[in-house]
Design a protein around this ligand. Structure first.
Ligand code: ADP
Length: 370
């Protein structure tokens, strides 16, 4: 018997020559974007940059003026395709938009609409309420939920559908910091477990850092930069992107040794000390604010410093940032320091110059990475 070869499409989602016109103005202009299967793609950009428009267009909820969107290699178009497509995707909006009924009903409704009933629906609904820590709220009326609980219900409602592609528009906005952090941590672990292809838009760089495999920076309706979080945050393409993504250094490493609350981390062959109880062998992400990195000349005979980390490096790149200079050093890995223009001048810095980067072990924030 002749068997058709199984061809796995290269991209989960692909957009080409996309443009969107709203109110007579072109608000989105995307020559091309591909989303890989199982990828978590986070689109970041300031307010008004076109993020929501982009997300709605990719999710086929907004018709572009020009361009095509392909879903697993097939261009989206006809009515029949649309229904099939809708059933393979889930969209989470900034406002949870819960119906005026119980949490359980809200989460299970989408399944019923897709013809999933009985024990299967019960089991799936229970599982996702539990996974998002709201099983005890199943019987509560949705309107009585706190902001964080409502967002959890909205995420459970999306995951219960087992979508092939998940779209999220600013899903963590409007929550206080601890609530947000714990929800992001739970969401991250669900993404890791389900490996669902995800497109999320947010104005918050930290969310991209916590979740993205790949980051797209959208500004004025155009893609300005695409890359790993490390690339985008350490090497923004220009001043405007740098100004927007202004976060700290993000590095990956492995804890080599641990002693009295001080972890020694191997980052690309260099040692970085951090105040942390994480044990040897832990894979970690290191966060270090740019303001906490100081630069000195290697031969300087200033008083001994209390900073435990003193790394030799070279000035690799510099971008003006207002009254300050954002200096990217090559220390075997990229390390960004924010220093005043005056320091830059007084130290006589220039690209290629050998320097020492210093920072305290207590300035390095470690989080475990799977
Ligand atoms: P973001 O999600 O990044 O804040 P949006 O996608 O909501 O950005 O908006 C992108 C641009 O399109 C903004 O300049 C906004 O004012 C404009 N816009 C959004 N919706 C409409 C509309 N219905 N009519 C006219 N302009 C719109």
């Amino acid at each position: 018997m002749n068997q058709k070869p199984v061809v796995t499409p290269l991209y989960a989602l692909e957009a080409n020559d996309l443009s969107v016109v709203l109110g007579g103005r072109k608000v989105l202009d995307i020559p091309s974007l591909q989303v890989l299967p199982n990828e978590v793609l986070v689109v970041i950009g300031p307010n008004g940059s076109g993020k929501t428009t982009f997300l709605l267009t990719l999710a086929a909820l907004l018709k572009p003026a020009t361009g095509t969107i392909s879903y697993r290699g097939q261009a989206i178009g006809s009515g029949a395709d649309m229904l099939k497509l809708r059933r393979r995707q889930a969209v989470v909006f900034q406002d949870p938009l819960l119906l005026n009924t119980t949490v359980w009903n809200n989460v299970t409704l989408g399944l019923r609409l897709r013809g999933v009933k009985g024990a299967d629906a019960e089991q799936r609904t229970g599982r996702w309420l539990d996974r998002f820590g709201i099983a005890s709220l199943a019987g509560r009326q949705a309107k009585t939920l706190s902001g964080g609980e409502a967002k959890r219900a909205s995420l459970a409602r999306a995951f219960v559908l087992q979508p092939e592609v998940l779209f999220l528009d600013e899903p963590f906005t409007g929550l206080d910091s601890p609530t947000r952090q714990s929800l992001i941590a739970d969401f991250e672990s669900v993404l890791r477990e389900t490996k669902v292809t995800t497109v999320m838009v947010t104005h918050d760089s930290n969310e991209a850092l916590a979740l993205a495999h790949r980051v797209v920076v959208l500004m004025h309706g155009r893609i300005r930069q695409t890359g790993s979080p490390e690339e985008v945050f350490s090497y923004p393409v220009d001043e405007e992107v740098a100004g927007f993504v202004e976060v700290g250094n993000v590095l990956h490493g492995v804890v080599d040794s641990q002693g009295e609350g001080l972890a020694s981390v191997n980052v690309k062959g260099r040692q970085v000390d951090a105040v942390s109880g994480l044990v040897a062998g832990s894979n970690v992400t290191l966060f270090l604010r740019q303001e906490d990195v100081t630069i000195s000349l290697p031969q300087s005979r200033s008083a001994p410093s209390s900073a435990r980390n003193q790394l030799a490096g070279k000035v690799d790149r510099v971008l003006p940032a207002g009254y300050q200079m954002r200096v990217t050093l090559d220390c075997g890995f990229p390390l960004v320091a924010l220093i005043t223009r005056r320091s830059w001048e007084e130290l006589g810095l220039e690209v290629g110059r050998e320097v020492t980067a210093s920072f305290k072990a207590s300035s390095v924030h470690l989080i475990p990475r799977q």
